[in-house]
Design a protein around this ligand. Structure first.
Ligand code: NI
Length: 147
């Protein structure tokens, strides 16, 4: 196996990308402008899907105020802060996240994002995850749409 240098300079065993024979859909090779896509999202807690890969979805969302307590029994959920800041509350503690910070909420763990100021995030989770998880459907329950 070829040994290549990874982004952090450490040796990696990853194979160099070889496009020959790959049948990736053309749409997957388009550049996605995250700021432009964020501009299409007006409402808080209404995630928009901007990319898919390996059964996962990359979503953008605006957070505003307090979300509902919930958990996802079958999905870990990654939040990456693009703008502003928010607090991820867990039943036993809470953590503050600012621009450039990310957190992975493990499956089955109750959580509640709270944004005291305007905040936008990138989410990474399996396709089809409902934003309010196991919580009763409410005005904050929104199916993610492709944007
Ligand atoms: Ni969640």
């Amino acid at each position: 196996m070829n040994r290549v240098r990874s982004w952090n300079g450490l040796p990696s065993t990853a194979k160099p990308w070889d496009p020959v024979g790959m049948s990736m859909p053309e749409s997957h090779t388009e550049v996605v402008s995250v700021p432009a896509k964020l501009g299409l999202i007006a409402e808080p807690w209404s995630p928009g899907i901007v990319a898919e890969l390996n059964g996962q979805e990359v979503k953008l969302a605006r957070l505003e105020g307090a979300f509902v307590w919930h958990k996802h029994d079958d999905a870990d959920e990654l939040f990456y802060v693009l703008e502003g800041s928010f607090r991820m509350e867990f039943r036993d503690r809470s953590v503050e996240l600012g621009v450039g910070d990310l957190i992975v909420v493990p499956r089955g763990v109750e959580h509640r994002p709270v944004a005291d100021e305007a905040c936008s995030v990138m989410l990474f989770e399996p396709a089809g995850v409902v934003n309010t998880g196991d919580a009763p459907e409410s005005g904050q329950t929104n199916a993610a749409v492709r944007i």
